[in-house]
Design a protein around this ligand. Structure first.
Ligand SMILES: Cc1ncc(COP(=O)(O)O)c(C=O)c1O
Length: 381
């Protein structure tokens, strides 16, 4: 079985599993309790907070644990919108964000906020002049992702942060696909709010974090107790928090060497696919992409047939296209990049990770050309 869908989720790292399992056993206490059982876990939550902060270069007090990346994105966007309502009602985002951002903005738009959605070019990059030109005196937030989940395209985050700083507008960055894979530095990049997710970096599902830089005005999404310095109520997911801390520590130690290894594997995969299937096209910026991600279109095929055929060979990949009521809807990311809908519908995302090997790439290169050929012949009939 070959897993090439690490952008969808990652397996839990064995060291992460070992770190968090005790907190489902003897470390069961509630960190708010003042007795021994509570005290036993209080320190571990703070240790984990420090490790998350270290990965993305912020102060530990700026880390707010959430249940996932989606919650972190919602909290950032709706929280700022609510806190700054008196100052303005304008939000700038892009057309290629994850649904967690797209639908939070849509929700606010329906509630009376103005949303500007920036176009991207053929390589998946936003136009920075258009961004600067879109800022008005009513703008309260720029929400732009770090790296795209479908194509791996890395946005010019430093430049976006500079524009936000120049105009004194908050910058929310969805770094769910970037954190743990490439260096992410909140201080250097002028990021006010940064979302990350445990299950994309070898921690389990059910844990994420929002970095809220000091001084940022944000209303909570979830009301209740005073956990997370009143920013996110609810008894802490101690085991998940420990896992996220450990995963961040491991990512900090290994991501530089791992990203080089994955980039070499990914580049060989792409190069050989283009050699064997000359009609294939790679989507996204040639250089500014996550090292592990390849989004490739195979004209005259359909992604769902490609996915099923690869799955029958034991290969797990995904497509950006969502199947709704039986009809394949083209990926909004590829559509925004101007990829012909007929080409976009045959696009597949290969995303590599910790357990990916040369042999995995060899196997895909062995089975894929035959599958594409068969599907193309079928489409001619
Ligand atoms: C860019 C991006 N943002 C947000 C999310 C949502 O994260 P979660 O699955 O933790 O809710 C994802 C998940 O695929 C993502 O890729």
């Amino acid at each position: 079985m070959i897993y090439m869908d690490y952008n969808a989720t990652t397996p839990v790292h064995p060291e992460v599993l070992e770190a968090f399992l005790p907190f489902y056993r003897e470390g069961f206490g509630n960190p708010s309790s003042i007795h021994w059982a509570g005290r036993r876990v209080k320190g571990v939550v703070e240790d984990a907070r420090a490790k998350v902060a270290e990965l993305v270069n912020c102060d530990p007090s700026e880390v707010v644990f959430t249940s996932c990346g989606t919650e972190a994105d919602n909290m950032a966007i709706k929280g700022v919108a609510s806190a700054l309502r008196a100052k303005g009602n304008h939000i700038i985002t892009t057309r290629v964000e994850h649904p967690a951002v797209i639908n939070s903005c849509l929700y606010l738009e329906q509630a009376g906020y103005d949303v500007t959605r920036l176009d991207v070019d053929r390589a998946g990059m936003p136009d920075l002049d258009a961004l600067e030109g879109a800022v008005t005196s009513r703008t309260i937030l720029i929400s732009a992702m770090y790296a795209n989940n479908e194509t791996g395209v890395i946005f010019p985050v430093k430049e976006i942060g500079d524009i936000a700083a120049r105009h004194r507008v908050y910058f929310h960055c969805d770094a769910v696909q970037a954190a743990g894979r490439i260096p992410v530095d909140c201080r250097e990049l002028n990021i006010h709010l940064l979302a990350l997710s445990g299950h994309k970096l070898y921690a389990p599902k059910g844990i994420g974090a929002l970095i809220v830089r000091k001084g940022v005005k944000l209303h909570p999404l979830i009301h209740g107790g005073s956990q997370e310095r009143n920013r996110r109520a609810g008894t802490e997911n101690v085991a998940g928090i420990v896992a996220l801390g450990k995963a961040c520590e491991l990512a900090k130690a290994t991501s530089a060497s791992e990203s080089g290894r994955l980039e070499r594997l990914r580049d060989r995969l792409e190069r050989c696919i283009l050699e064997k299937i000359p009609t294939a096209r790679i989507n996204g910026h040639p250089a500014k992409r996550l090292p592990n991600t390849a989004n490739i279109s195979f004209p005259d095929t359909e992604a769902d047939s490609l996915l099923v055929s690869l799955d029958l060979e034991g290969v797990a990949v995904s497509s950006g296209a969502a199947c709704s009521s039986g009809a394949l809807k083209t990926s909004h990311v590829l559509a925004a990049m101007g990829v012909d809908p007929l080409v976009a519908k045959g696009s597949v995302r290969f995303s590599l990770g910790r357990e990916s090997t040369e042999a995995d790439v060899d196997y895909v290169l062995e089975v894929l050309p035959g599958i594409v050929e068969r599907l193309r012949k079928n489409s001619e009939k």
